[in-house]
Design a protein around this ligand. Sequence first.
Ligand code: SF4
Ligand code: SF4
Length: 450
Amino acid sequence: MDSKPSPPLSESVRAHSPPRFHLLAKPSGSTCNLDCTYCFFLSKEALYPDDASRMPLDTLEAYIRQLLESHRTPTVTVAWQGGEPTLMGLPFFRRSVELVNRYRRPDQQVEYTFQTNGVLLDNAWCAFLKEHGFLVGLSVDGPQELHDTYRVNKGGQGTFAQVMRGWEHLRKHEVDFNVLCTVNAANQHHGRKVYRFFRDRLQAKWMQFIPIVERATRETLPIANLGWAPREGAPRLLYTQTGSLVTERSVGGDQYGRFLVDVYEEWIRRDVGTIHVQLFDVTLHALFGEHLLCIHAPTCGYGPALEHNGDLYSCDHFVEPDYLLGNIHDTHMLEMVASQRQRRFGDDKRDTLTRQCRACDVRMLCNGGCPKDRFVPSRDGEPRHNYLCEGLYRFFDHVRPTMIVMANLVQRGRPASEVRDYVAADDAKRGRSDPCPCGSGEKFKRCHGA
Ligand code: SF4
Ligand code: SF4
């Protein structure tokens, strides 16, 4: 079989393109060995009903080659995601490393990231991940009773025990890992418990909390509430970012903020400087005008998603026909990333903000959140306001004073962790029976002062 081409990169495209972007590649498309009920990516199989959803080697080569050609920064990230990338098998990733070594310029450093549900991780996988310095994102939603609510296998059984076996292999081989935890209807009231589990039991040093917001219309909601895996006799939905209702698994808008504040109040008293929570790092950097995460940046559009067959979409959250930019076998990926159409996609994030966002006093930290979550009316009735706004405001407003203390410390060349002295002095003025500053309504001594 002839291999498909990788089109050349013209100098004029390169000259007018961003120096870097963060592409998420989905080598097994949306196919997965689990059936997590909130995972609407499972429905994306409907986009490619007639193929096996496995990235061919010529597409792998075009991807690696174009990614390395595109970057003008010294460091390039090769980011693998799913579906479940381990379904591709180790030889595929060994080949990807060989291709990186073939196409990498001598001055280019390559970092690898790998998002997985963990159930197939074994000694062979972890030895490979360690050897090549992969940073692994492990999906865990908290202790067993919370994790197993939605993260289930094809038989509907909880996957906690299997994921913990994968985690043990990661630990044994000393692979760097980051816990990726969704915040959903089951764990949304347990921020501290979830955080402590990751810190104390999993020994995680990096964590990300991702809100589950699954949109639906009045017509699709009953089917969406059943989950996104194929079901015999039931109609199959393709998830798209439409509808102003949410499934019963989705996190509450305000509750998302309460969850984050609950984690923050624990973190700031004990773990600043040793545990990294992505959103906390993002917020501190935003005070210096640096935007580490598209969701809270003024504009976006530099995080395209690559499907197994070379189709490139505007964003991992918009893998749907209206956001297909083209195919890397026909058009160089940098041309698509730098296209007017993709710029419009990214600039719309800023240009479609509601009046409420534009006037908001935490806008410089929040920037209206992700456009995929903008589907409710604002306070004054304007459409396409962020569903999570109440929680986002709660979080950014709550953390702002201590974030400013940390920013001032950093500016003076001091470690941000010295903020703990500031918090301890504040706690000392507080009566043990006063309400906890996290806003839970509990006494301080029974809450974050315990
Ligand atoms: S749509 Fe959302 S997730 Fe996608 S790039 Fe923009 S902010 Fe990021
Ligand atoms: S907190 Fe709400 S109003 Fe403020 S910028 Fe964010 S989404 Fe907009």
